[in-house]
Design a protein around this ligand. Structure first.
Ligand SMILES: *Cc1c(COP(=O)(O)O)cnc(C)c1O
Length: 398
């Protein structure tokens, strides 16, 4: 029994996060149920035949559809303002499924240079094998995006703000460029989530998520999702249904419950990150802070206009290169030394030797990843404790 969906259109994001897509069974349980089942049974052979043919709606097999996964998809689609969502087994399989759904041999992608490392490998190594080529451009340089487009370009792909320098691109302007050239725009919205940025409202065609990050928010499960229009999503659903990178019901349930607190968590993440960035910027041992919430950030005005908050991933540079950065990291006690982000637990990492370690020295320099750069994904511990831990780390340089 689904609740009255006609009201959903009028609901605010906070309400959608808690109520949208709720599927209640005949037991009338209050909280969202989990359906850990591979398949479904029918009252008769005739019903089975109708459901297999798609003449009657209903679940057949959990690689195709599952009620728990459906609740997560409905809720995220409503929050992103998209017609439909398809959930996937990971953020990477969300990107792979998007490519398989939309692109063929000979097609081209134009993408921002500062992308998640595995996304670059997927584009270059694996889509490359299928005859799909990717050109990379500077994220915030709209003229470079337009210049890289050819008649074969079908997809523009960006992460904004970028990791770890918090660069921002004007999504509405980029969507206009994409559409003028008959291409689609996909935005990886992992860093801000619909709580802080709604790319579809700004003109993007597809929103991609690693649900592993803030949608869960507590580091418990791997999953992903794509949100967009019915037309593209029906094709994407076909890819997931046939090729099999479907989301498990248990993980879908974890993410659904994660969405309920997303708005509160993201605001708290932003508050901690903003205060930490301001403190770091004033610290004598810090050379530079990269965070779009700071007035010193080159796209600060755009970020404030386009985003409802600046997220919780920030970079800061210390003098003395790799050795200095490592000594700061090693002197912290509270922060977890890990490349992960999107967790209530704060994390710290040295991008040049971890998340961006696969790049050549020239590529790293072009991407602005200095040897003295440290990335912090700010969690929800008390600000004073996070600050004290970093102060302790920075004291190692004295
Ligand atoms: C983590 C991440 C991904 C990949 O997601 P997985 O769930 O790890 O497969 C894609 N894009 C961004 C921006 C990410 O941070």
């Amino acid at each position: 029994m689904e609740q009255d969906q006609s009201r959903e259109d009028a609901w605010a994001l906070e309400t959608l996060a808690i109520r949208a897509g709720h599927h209640r069974t005949a037991e009338q349980e209050h909280s969202e149920p989990i359906f850990p089942t591979s398949s479904f049974v029918y009252a008769s052979a005739a019903e089975a035949a109708r459901k297999f043919k798609g003449e009657e709606p209903g679940n057949v097999y959990s690689r195709f559809t599952n009620p728990t996964v459906h609740t997560f998809e409905r809720r995220l689609a409503a929050m992103e303002g998209g017609e439909r969502c398809v959930a996937t087994s990971s953020g990477m399989s969300a990107i792979l499924s998007t490519a398989l759904a939309l692109l063929s041999a000979g097609d081209e992608i134009v993408a921002s240079r500062s992308l998640f490392g595995s996304t670059v490998s997927l584009f270059d190594k694996y889509l490359g094998k299928l005859g799909i080529t990717t050109r990379y451009v500077e994220l915030s340089d709209l003229a470079a995006w337009e210049a890289a487009i050819t008649p074969a370009t079908k997809l523009l792909f960006a992460e904004t703000p970028s990791n770890p320098l918090s660069e921002v691109v004007d999504i509405a302007a980029l969507a206009e460029i994409a559409h003028r050239h008959g291409a689609l725009l996909a935005i990886d919205n992992c860093f801000l989530t619909p709580a802080l940025q709604k790319p579809i409202e700004l003109g993007a065609d597809l929103v991609i998520h690693s649900a592993t990050k803030y949608l869960d928010g507590q580091g418990r499960a791997i999953g992903g999702a794509v949100v967009g229009r019915e037309r593209e999503l029906e094709e994407l659903f076909g890819v997931v249904r046939t090729c099999g990178p479907c989301l498990s019901p248990f993980n879908a349930w974890v993410f659904t419950k994660g969405l309920e607190t997303l708005n509160l968590r993201m605001r708290a993440h932003c508050d901690n990150a903003q205060a930490l960035a301001e403190w770091l910027e004033a610290h004598p041992a810090v050379v530079r802070v990269h965070y779009s919430g700071l007035a010193s950030h080159p796209q600060h005005v755009l970020a404030r206009r386009q985003q409802q908050g600046c997220g919780a991933v920030l970079g800061f540079e210390v003098a003395g290169g790799r050795e200095a950065a490592w000594s700061v990291i090693d002197a912290t006690r509270l922060l977890s030394i890990t490349g992960n982000l999107g967790d209530v637990k704060s994390t710290i990492t040295h991008p040049a030797t971890t998340t961006h370690g696969r790049l050549s020295d020239e590529q790293r320099a072009a991407a602005g990843i200095a040897e003295g750069l440290i990335r912090v994904a700010v969690g929800l511990e008390a600000l004073d404790d996070i600050r004290a831990d970093l102060a302790c780390g920075l004291d190692a340089l004295a």
